[in-house]
Design a protein around this ligand. Structure first.
Ligand SMILES: Nc1ncnc2c1ncn2[C@@H]1O[C@H](COP(=O)(O)OP(=O)(O)O)[C@@H](O)[C@H]1O
Ligand SMILES: [Mg+2]
Ligand SMILES: [Zn+2]
Length: 536
């Protein structure tokens, strides 16, 4: 027996076989049962979700020798012919194929008037990708639809409904078929695996389902390929390796590192994925899809219970608590823009990196809501610097002077120089630097500052005034938090880092040409891009 691909072998034969389109099959079953048929149907939706299958099932329901029936027998002549796609009573055309375009016009004008073929109750025209018809064909079709001949039914399918003339759409009963939820795809793959005596790991089925993005035909084709490559035992890692997908756990891990502001770790993970040959576009799409799930989860925690497995559900719950809805929306927007940009550039990983850095920076900035809240607190006379207040008071600095605005910086620096004698800031800073992974973004940024002393609990880092944009990146809440943690580890007490522009500061990076900022073309390009994004 010749090999038949799964997508064909497992074409649904009855309404009940259709996966994930219950809203369509229910309505069509009722229409058949009650004999309330439209003259034209329009099935809308992306490829591989059941449009052609549904059209054939409807055609069989109407033409089965036992019909019209909602459960076509599948064995009579019309049923078998229609299933095979080579029926004399049901005509299938593909408007996307050049060779058929002329035939379609001819059929609409001429043949439609002829009575159904012997053995057929209805003459059915299935026209795929109907939006591709020529204007003259649309006009011919329109005439026919205005005065439909008896016992003739048109079934149109399209992946691009916006290109179908409204005059046609308005004469059809329209059904929008949905992308199929990943859970249902995974289930269906297990059903096929069972029939084919294939052992398919649950995580493997899920990985395929995620990769198929709602298309069951794509999922089945992937399963075909996996069987060809891996035989009858398929594991998650087979799926990830064959298609260059990243595991869902890795996507969750990456999200975690982003949400907790661990820039170097997030970038490191990205590099690992890149080095093991993962597809960066795919990973970006997975990341966005996961963030979107997170958004849905925040709005309605049980909305995804059908679509994701319990482990993922747990991660969603944990991570949803780490980020506000506004922020999450912003992040998704940013990554979506980066995804668009990545399509056109050769170095996708670089753009991915920049997107991650930007995202983490965004997370560290105050939202408008937060600012408004703070302003309201100010107006109500509450302290806005509660967290830093004790430190400032201890250092004898008023809260207002805690900002690093250039105007106040000079006087602060002057005061620093008298007060900082006791602590050897330079050696502390060296210990901190040693703890930051070499070549990480945080390390590179940190090397553009020099410790200039301490003041109370402030650890003062000077930078060349020209390095302003680098310092803005370094001063993000998350980077600062990391530096402060490292400072505490190095000294045993708490510090607040403070950045001061100061003439004559030589960045550490400039002293070590091998690790210089400017020597690494990737970093250089990232900074270029980065600058373009930083608001000044
Ligand atoms: N909703 C579905 N239920 C079951 N199988 C499906 C479904 N959608 C697609 N398939 C699988 O994909 C194959 C192609 O589906 P098809 O109906 O031709 O999709 P479309 O016309 O939307 O591109 C089918 O033969 C079947 O194996
Ligand atoms: Mg089709
Ligand atoms: Zn039949």
């Amino acid at each position: 027996m010749s090999y038949e691909v799964f997508a064909r072998k497992y074409r649904p034969q009855t309404f009940d076989d259709l996966v994930g389109q219950a809203h369509v099959s229910r309505t069509l079953k009722n229409a058949v049962a009650q004999n309330r048929l439209a003259h034209a149907y329009l099935f809308v939706g992306p490829r591989g979700i059941g449009k052609t299958s549904t059209a054939r099932i409807l055609a069989k329901s109407l033409n089965c020798v036992k019909g019209p029936t909602v459960t076509p027998c599948g064995v009579c002549d019309p049923c078998r012919e229609i299933s095979g796609g080579n029926s004399f009573g049901v005509f299938e055309y593909d408007a996307a194929s050049n060779t058929q375009v002329d035939k379609i016009r001819e059929l609409i004008v001429e043949r439609v008037k002829v009575a159904p073929s012997p053995g057929y109750k209805y003459k059915i025209y299935i026209i795929d990708e109907v939006h591709m018809l020529s204007t003259s064909s649309f006009n011919a079709l329109l005439k026919t639809l205005e005065e439909p001949p008896p016992k003739v039914i048109f079934i149109f399918a399209t992946t691009d409904v916006n290109k179908v003339p409204l005059t046609i759409i308005s004469r059809c009963q329209r059904f929008d078929l949905h992308r199929i939820p990943a859970n249902l795809i995974a289930q269906h793959l297990q059903f096929i695996a069972g029939k084919e005596k294939i052992t398919l790991e649950a995580a493997a089925a899920h990985a395929i389902a995620r990769g198929a993005e709602g298309g069951l035909r794509d999922a089945e084709s992937m399963l075909d390929q996996l069987v060809a490559f891996c035989g009858d035992k398929i594991s998650e890692s087979d799926v990830l390796n064959v298609f260059g997908f990243t595991s869902e756990q890795t996507v969750i891990e990456l999200t975690g590192r982003i949400l907790s502001g661990q820039t170097p770790d997030a970038i490191h993970l990205l590099h690992e994925q890149g080095e093991s040959g993962k597809d960066m576009m795919r990973l970006m799409a997975d990341l966005i899809a996961y963030l979107r799930d997170l958004l849905v989860f925040k709005a309605k925690p049980d909305a995804l219970s059908e679509d994701v497995d319990p482990d993922v559900q747990k991660s969603l719950a944990a991570q949803a608590a780490l980020i506000g809805t506004d922020r999450l929306l912003e992040l998704i927007d940013q990554f979506a823009i980066a995804e668009g940009r990545m399509k056109w550039v050769p170095n996708k990983k670089l753009h991915f990196e920049v997107a991650i850095i930007k995202a983490i920076q965004t997370l560290g900035q105050a939202t408008l809501d937060e600012v408004i809240e703070k302003l309201a607190e100010l107006r109500d006379g509450k302290s806005v610097v509660s967290q830093n207040k004790s430190a400032s008071v201890a250092a004898g600095v008023s809260p207002a002077s805690r900002n690093t605005a250039a105007g106040t910086a000079a006087t602060t620096v002057a005061r620093v120089e008298e007060k900082s004698a006791a602590v050897d800031a330079e050696s502390i800073w060296q210990r901190v630097l040693a703890k930051i992974p070499a070549k990480s973004f945080l390390r590179t940024l940190s090397e553009s500052v020099r410790p200039i002393g301490t003041e109370g609990r402030d650890f003062l880092l000077g930078h060349a005034p020209a390095d302003k944009s680098k310092i803005e990146a370094l001063a993000s809440q998350n980077n600062r938090r990391q530096l402060e943690t490292l400072l505490r580890d190095a000294t045993g007490h708490d510090w607040l880092v403070k950045f001061l522009p100061k003439d004559g500061i030589v960045p550490m990076a400039a002293e070590k040409p091998a690790e210089s900022f400017k020597d690494d073309p990737l970093i250089q390009e990232a900074i270029e891009l980065f600058k373009a994004e930083v608001k000044s």
